[in-house]
Design a binder for this molecule. Structure first.
Ligand SMILES: [Zn+2]
Length: 222
């Protein structure tokens, strides 16, 4: 079972991807984690990617695809896999399909989390972080006990540049434009599962589980 979870910033795909891992024992694959791990391990690819990662520059597709390809070749697909936040572009989709194809594996379900633009912006623009201990807060959903200050170390909380409303909106629009052909391709292959991400975390998770049939699959494979 291979499930892909994609969605714009603020749709909760991070949370849902990790819930699929915890609840159903799926192996969780996120490119960002792979890149950080490669740099940490100081592998040959990690060394090539480190300068771009440090500068916050875009890491060349060629390196990222090679990293993903190597990682996938070591994954045990028998336990199921969730690929989180990838693919968004057509070249990413082609690279993923080719890597999986070489292993005789295909994507079973592509979950697209959909949240109205204003709600996504509300979610993103309420995020606050502690610059010292890196704990995350949210002005509406997870407020600190003293407004604007970290509960643990009492430092003043900051808002990431990318979570400012106007930048958040651009990120969401970028995702919608960029992913449109990928979503269309999933739709044609009849593996697209549209999920309303505006509901509660638990309701979204139930919908994903139902639409992918993961519960039955889990019972049959464990
Ligand atoms: Zn703190």
């Amino acid at each position: 079972m291979v499930i892909v979870v994609i969605g714009a910033a603020g749709t909760g795909r991070h949370t849902q991807g990790y819930m699929l891992m915890r609840k159903w024992g799926l192996t969780h694959i996120a490119l960002r984690d792979l890149i950080y791990a490669a740099v940490e391990e100081d592998s040959d690819l990690g060394r090539e990617m480190a300068p771009d990662l440090e500068r916050g520059a875009k890491i060349p597709d060629k390196l990222v695809f090679e990293l993903l390809n190597r990682h996938l070749s070591k994954v045990n697909f028998d336990k199921g896999v969730v690929i989180n936040g990838f693919p968004v572009t057509m070249s990413q989709l082609t690279a993923l399909q080719s890597s999986l194809g070489n292993l005789g594996i295909k994507i079973d379900h592509a979950v697209l989390l959909e949240v109205p633009l204003d709600e996504s912006i509300r979610r993103l623009s309420g995020r606050r972080n502690c610059p010292s201990c890196h704990v995350g807060y949210h002005t509406a959903y997870k407020p600190p006990s003293v407004d604007g200050y970290c509960d643990d170390c009492h430092k003043m909380l900051i808002q990431d540049e990318e979570d400012r409303p106007e930048i958040a909106q651009k990120r969401i629009e970028w995702f919608q434009e960029t992913s449109a052909p990928v979503v269309e391709s999933f739709e044609k292959s009849k593996i697209l599962r549209r999920v309303n991400g505006a509901l509660s975390v638990e309701a979204v998770f139930r919908t994903i589980s139902e639409k992918t049939g993961i519960e039955k699959w889990f019972a049959a494979n464990n």
